[in-house]
Every structure is written in C-alpha cells, then in structure tokens.
Design a protein around this ligand. Structure first.
Ligand code: NAD
Ligand code: ZN
Length: 355
C-alpha cells in the first residue's frame, strides 16, 4: 500500500492507494470516528459493497440517484435528512463512495452539516481517484450553472482501491486518463513519456500501472494544492484545457461529451496556442495528439459547434478576471504557465485548426 500526505498544516491528510485495501479492517479502524454515514448510489452499492461488508463503514447507507443531473440541492437535502433523523452529531463522519458526483455532494454536505463535519473519500472512478477526491473542492450544480454552489472542505482521508476500476467502462476510464495526461503536461515530462510508452498496459488496467499513475497524479495534485489551497494563483495550472473544455461541454449540452473528453480536446487547442507563441514544439503537440488517440480521446472539436458561440461561452468562464481571459498554456511538455495576455486572434486560429 502506498501513502501520500496532502500537507495543509492542521488539515493535512493521507491518501492510501493499493489493491483490495477496502477490505483492510485495520486501515478502516485507524479512521477515528464514532459514526459513519456512507453516501453512494445503487450501481456502486451493487458492484462494490461486498468489499466493505466486514468493516465498520457499512453501518448507515444513504443512496442517491446516479448522474450529474442529480448533483443538486435535493440530493443534499436527502443527506441532511438522514443525518438529522439518525441524530448525527459533530463527531460523525460522511464517507463518499463513488465517482466525482458522489464525492462533490458528500463533501459539500459534510462542509455544511452542523458547520462542518469530517468526511472520507473512497473514489471509484479514475477521474475521482486522480482529481476530484483530492484537494477539497466540494459543491453542487445550480440550474443556472455547473458547480456554482460549493465550499472548500478537505477530507480527513482518501482511500483508493485499484480493484474497483475493473468494473468502470472504457469510456469513463479514458476520460479519467485525460486528467492523468494533463498532469504530465503541466508538471512532469518523464511521467508523460512513461504514459506514452505504456498505453497498452494502462488500458488493460494492470495493477502496478494503476498504482503508478494514480500515485503520481495524486502527488502532483497534492503538491500544487499544498502551495495554493484556495486557487489564488498556481492551483489554476490544474485547469489546463478547462476553459476550452467547459465551453465545449456547455455548448454541446452537458453529458454528450464527458468532462475528460472535453478537456483533452481543450489542452490540445491550448497546445496549438503554445506553438503559435513558440513555447511548444510541433513534435510535442504531435505526441500529445498521439496519446489522446491511444485512449480514444477527441482531437477535434465536436461536429456542428459554432466557434463564435464557443468563444463567447469561454469569455463567461469563472476564470475571467478584470474582463481579461485567463489561459493556461503549456511551456513544452512538463511545464505550463498562467497568462491573460493571449490575443483573441490566436485563440480563434487555434480553435479553427481543430474543426
Ligand atoms: N472537486 C473537484 O476538484 C472536481 C474535479 C474534477 C471533477 N469534479 C466533478 O466530478 C464529477 C464527475 O465525476 P466522475 O467523472 O467520476 O463521474 P460520476 O461520478 O458521474 O461517475 C461516472 C459514472 O460511473 C459510475 N461508476 C462510478 N464508479 C464506478 C465503478 N467503479 N464501476 C462502474 N461504474 C462506476 C457512476 O455511477 C456514474 O454512472 C463532475 O460533477 C465534476 O464537476 C470535481
Ligand atoms: Zn477536470
């Protein structure tokens, strides 16, 4: 079992990664909590509850509907109702057992119930393992915007069991790989090269490969979050490809493309901006394109999307500051920078190259 610490002073917490660690009673016992409430959905319960059946985690189960469209206030109310009816006090603990949707909602309920109680993340999608379960961003959607209501609330621990990935669909897995590839581009060229050379092993969900990619991704995210927990500056690097990606998701209608698919196309477009700005070589762009193809991730914008409308949506993104668009641009593979000095013409040109 591997252990990484997210260093945030008195809110520091461990991330445990390993095969079959969910059945490890000793590990679960170490979590200091009097009363657990586990939040999940039917699908995950049916597939993976047997793994925790002999641990103390299984006591109270809150079942939510499956899907992004249920990441809303009704689901949060269900959690509050359960906790209140079952007399949960401030020493209780919420356990998020699912993908990013379950994780974001459980975290938000934990952040707000009785002004904040502990919570533990047990992510079950690759995206949740390498991204959403680490870093403390929690929240729900509003009819007028995605993730518009939320809070920063760090978990007390993250437990990642690679075995649960076995039941994840290839499409969901590949979407998670987009975030993994993103870490290589913003922070670690050697990791990017390793990913490129091991695509078949990764696609077969080989345990050692899973542990390696999850550990590396969590290390990079933990390091960046420790430097800038509330995204005042460098945490924004984690948003590489996201301004483009969010605009794609929004214009297509949420759910048509998965988040990972949209940001993959997004960081390829950001790489074209980098080529035009002379911070990336064409060969580097080609190697990013190649790895995206290996994981069946899109390298062109969706058919029928209008560029003008896409650009308009981008200018409404949360990342716009003082009416200037903020972009994350790769500086080759292995490093990236945050800038508000990219001219509109360059961006339109880069978008045009991916039609
Ligand atoms: N908090 C953050 O920092 C952060 C970062 C990135 C994304 N997010 C959020 O995460 C959400 C997306 O998360 P996601 O991609 O995990 O989607 P998801 O939670 O909707 O899970 C995708 C699907 O896979 C199913 N599933 C989960 N684990 C499974 C398994 N082991 N086997 C089979 N099926 C399984 C789920 O039930 C669901 O149907 C979005 O709401 C996004 O806003 C948050
Ligand atoms: Zn993302």
């Amino acid at each position: 079992m591997k252990k990484i610490i997210v260093k945030l002073n008195d809110r520091s917490y461990p991330i445990f990664i390993g095969k079959n660690i969910l059945s490890n009673k000793e590990l679960i016992k170490k979590i200091n909590c009097n009363n657990f409430a586990i939040v999940t959905n039917k699908k995950i319960k049916n597939l993976h509850f047997s793994k925790i059946k002999n641990t103390s985690l299984k006591k109270n189960v809150i079942l939510l509907n499956d899907g992004e469209k249920y990441k809303n206030q009704d689901s949060i109310s269900k959690i509050y109702n359960f906790l209140l009816k079952n007399k949960f006090s401030r020493d209780g603990c919420i356990v998020a057992f699912g993908g990013g949707v379950i994780g974001d909602m459980s975290g938000f309920a934990a952040a707000t119930y009785q002004r904040g109680i502990n919570f533990i993340q047990i992510p079950t999608t690759l995206l949740a393992m390498v991204d959403s379960s680490v870093g403390g961003k929690t929240g729900i959607n509003h009819a007028l915007g995605k993730n518009m209501i939320g809070s920063f609330h760090q978990p007390s621990a993250v437990i990642i069991d690679t075995e649960v990935l076995k039941t994840l669909s290839d499409r969901q897995f590949n979407a998670g790989m987009a975030e993994v590839i993103k870490y290589g581009i913003i922070e670690d060229k050697t990791f990017f090269k390793w990913l490129s050379a091991n695509t078949e092993k990764i696609k077969s969900k080989d345990t050692d490969a899973m542990i390696k990619i999850i550990k590396k991704s969590c290390e990079i995210k933990a390091k960046i979050v420790a430097m800038d927990e509330k995204e005042k500056n460098i945490r924004a690097l984690l948003n590489l490809g996201h301004t483009f990606g969010h605009a794609i998701e929004n214009n297509l209608g949420y759910g048509k493309w998965l988040h990972g698919e949209a940001i993959a196309c997004g960081f390829l477009i950001a790489s074209t901006v980098a080529i035009q700005n002379k911070t990336m070589k064409v060969e580097e762009y080609e190697s990013i394109k190649k790895i995206l193809e290996a994981f069946n991730l899109p390298t062109k914008l969706p058919k029928g999307v209008r560029l003008k409308k896409l650009y308009e949506t981008m200018s409404l993104d949360k990342k716009v500051k003082d009416s200037k668009m903020v972009y994350i641009i790769p500086r080759g593979i292995g490093s990236a920078y945050i800038t508000n000095k990219i001219k509109k013409g360059l961006v339109i040109n880069a978008l045009n190259k991916h039609v």
